[in-house]
Design a protein around this ligand. Structure first.
Ligand code: COA
Length: 635
């Protein structure tokens, strides 16, 4: 989750909310369906450029609940000038439309650059989400290795569907979705640069990788996961190989080279140049970058239970706990890292540039289901080559870079407050029974919780998928609306009757759902405004005044950066706040409960993850009470 995008786990749910392969259930097909992916992609519509006037009007409306009256009147004048006939707005709009006519998606390349690759804060906490799975039932090294082997086998099973182009197409609201992100998450890696980063994807290279990277006690290994004939190693074979790796890396005093990837991107960009000057280091880094994914084998990470355990597991997935924890047992540039602790802790960290959460979660759902399948009696492990260690020569200069990375990682780890809670009173079932969108209901509860704490509404970001369009990524659902503001202001007002409050709640929920429809249909305002701004830069025009306006900065200062990431598995994704005085809120609404991950920074005195999480719980309960105790009028 970023500045622009801004940005309990219990049993298993029976179905899922967002585009899981419900209709196309065939788990794996061994038969290749060549060309299926491209045919599907070609059939998708292109991302539209919304009409200029529509965006200008909607922008003003979106500002109303979050800026002061004087600020708004200035913005109205600026927007008026911007969109006048023959003005700069029209010129930029024409430029955007031209771009849309000659590219597959007018936004996606810009978006990856601006939101990710040119974003210079560390990917750790600030951009890469973590995902916490339910605690697994092993508690020792053998159990860890066995589980990790199944997990690798499950991921390779999913990869077969990608390689064979048999991945079930996902749908949202009956419309097929772009599947491109699935082809970007394996065998890819972010590469640090001095001013901007890049991403490489080796999946489509003439010799696609056949290995994963395993990291244990800060030491990296290349593990070949396919036999010569192209069949994946069995779980038993993987177990044998992981045991060899763990035996070869028992000592714990290796330099944690991986911690360099937690640095500010400019700093890491410089350190990277220095690191790969050495041929051995360059080869090791290249093996990591080319690998299908990374498996991080951690030790015992937490003695806690319940909510404390879940929160500490989230931290484990998000940043690894600092230099005295496992932050060095990672390569954070790697698109996909599975993390398995010796104590049953399990999850993922993923680098955001190539994909959003839903494809990652679909992969995880598949892997978790795979690990739960009874094991077929395996073929004998046989003799396999010893996994190759990826050595690093650590010079004095590299050592210095590592020490600096440790310090800044520890500062970041200490600053992050993360709270994972299970709201166990209800899930999607209650809003659905009242004919309301569960997502909208939760978002309005978040608005109420925030208002109760701060007595103001704030710019709120919720990710909306643009995957109905070819190469679509996300746009912003602005959850703070005039309707939500009217509701939250009325809710605790003793002069208001319940009937009026309920009407306001229904209007707020409907307004949110209608913004959602507009956003997933490519008609939201944020990416369009960004596109107009970038178009001005492209045409070497001065930055238009509407983008230098304080209202625009306020609109992009997301005190609440939120995202729904639903899954079949009872997990939760987590990410950091996108502004120093804000919150990151990710949630997974299951049928009868909701998993929340709320984050804030300790350095900000006004924010407190635990207290917002508690306020959200109260808001949800109070909203249900209002629903159940008040007869509904016809709106
Ligand atoms: N009455 C009864 N049921 C309703 C309803 C109503 N008025 N409105 C919705 N529902 C049902 C839906 O049919 C759906 O049912 P299901 O559980 O059987 O599938 C369920 O409630 C969920 O719908 P809703 O809560 O409205 O959300 P959604 O699934 O449409 O998702 C978004 C909304 C915004 C999350 C989704 O459109 C999206 O864009 N997701 C991607 C977000 C993303 O990319 N996040 C990752 C960022 S890293």
């Amino acid at each position: 989750m970023l500045t622009f995008c801004s940005r309990s786990v219990v049993g298993m749910a029976k179905k899922c909310a967002f585009g899981r392969p419900r209709h196309l259930v065939k788990p794996v097909s061994a038969t290749r369906v060549a060309g299926r992916y491209l045919t599907h992609q070609k059939g998708l519509p292109s991302l539209p450029v919304p009409p200029l006037q529509q965006t200008c009007e909607r922008y003003i409306t979106a500002l109303e609940p979050i800026v002061e009256a004087e600020e708004l009147s200035l913005t109205r004048r600026l927007v008026q000038d911007f969109q006048e006939a023959g003005g700069v707005g029209e010129r930029l709009q024409r430029g955007l439309e031209k771009r849309a006519s000659r590219t597959e998606n007018w936004l996606s390349q810009w978006w990856v650059q601006v939101a990710y690759l040119e974003y210079r804060l560390p990917v750790v906490v600030h951009s890469s989400p973590g995902l916490v799975l339910p605690r697994m039932d092993f508690r020792d090294k053998d159990g860890q290795i066995r589980f990790a082997s199944k997990l690798i086998a499950g991921a390779l099973d999913f990869k077969t569907m990608i390689d064979n182009e048999t991945l079930p197409v996902e749908y949202l609201g009956g419309k097929p979705l772009c599947m491109n992100q699935y082809y970007e998450v394996l065998s890819s890696c972010r590469i640090p640069g001095l001013k901007r980063d890049s991403v490489v994807n080796h999946a489509k290279s003439p010799r696609p990788p056949r290995h994963i990277t395993v990291v244990h006690n800060f030491q990296f290994f290349q593990l070949d996961v396919y036999q010569r004939d192209g069949t994946p190693l069995t779980v038993d074979q993987l177990c044998v190989q992981l045991e060899k790796i763990c035996r070869a890396s028992q000592e714990t005093n290796s330099e944690p080279v991986g911690i360099l990837t937690t640095q500010h991107r400019d700093v890491w960009g410089k350190a990277y140049v220095n690191l790969i000057k050495d041929k051995t280091n360059k080869d090791s880094v290249s093996a990591i970058q080319r690998s299908i994914f990374t498996l991080c084998l951690d030790g015992v990470t937490s003695e806690a239970a319940g909510e404390l355990y879940r929160s500490s597991a989230a931290v484990q997935m998000l940043h690894g706990g600092g230099s005295r924890g496992y932050s060095g047992n990672r390569w954070f540039d790697k698109t996909l890292q599975f993390i398995v602790g010796e104590d049953g802790t399990c999850g993922v960290n993923y680098e955001h540039a190539p994909a959003e959460g839903p494809p990652i979660v679909a992969l995880i759902d598949h892997v978790v289901e795979f690990t739960r399948k009874p094991e077929a009696p395996g073929a004998p492990a046989g003799s396999l080559p010893v996994p190759q260690r990826l050595p690093f020569n650590v010079t004095a200069e590299i050592k210095q870079d590592i020490e600096e990375a440790k310090l800044s990682m520890n500062r970041l780890a200490q600053d992050l407050d993360m709270r994972v809670t299970v709201f166990g009173h209800f899930g999607k079932n209650v809003p659905k029974a009242h004919k309301m969108s569960p997502d909208a209901f939760i978002q309005i509860a978040l608005q109420l919780a925030y208002y109760r704490k701060y007595r103001r509404c704030c710019a709120t970001y919720e990710s909306a998928s643009l995957r109905m369009f070819r190469l679509g990524r996300t746009d912003t659902i602005r959850s703070a609306s005039n309707a939500s503001a009217a509701f939250v202001k009325a809710f605790d007002d003793p002069s208001k009757q319940n009937q009026e409050k309920l009407d306001l709640m229904e209007k707020a929920v409907k307004a949110h759902r209608s913004y959602t429809n507009m956003a997933v249909g490519g008609q939201a305002i944020d990416r369009h405004l960004l596109g107009l701004k970038l178009q001005a830069a492209e045409e070497k025009l001065p930055v238009p005044a509407i983008f230098k306006d304080p209202s625009y900065s306020k609109a992009l200062h997301y005190h609440l950066s939120t995202s729904q990431v639903p899954s079949k598995t009872d997990c939760v994704m987590c990410f950091g706040p996108v502004v120093p005085d804000g919150y990151g809120v990710c949630y997974n609404p299951m049928e009868d409960h909701i998993n929340f991950a709320v984050s804030s920074f300790n350095s900000c005195r006004e924010t407190d993850a635990g207290s917002l999480a508690a306020a959200v719980e109260d808001a949800l309960l109070d909203m249900r009470r209002l629903l159940e105790q008040t007869p509904r009028s016809k709106l």
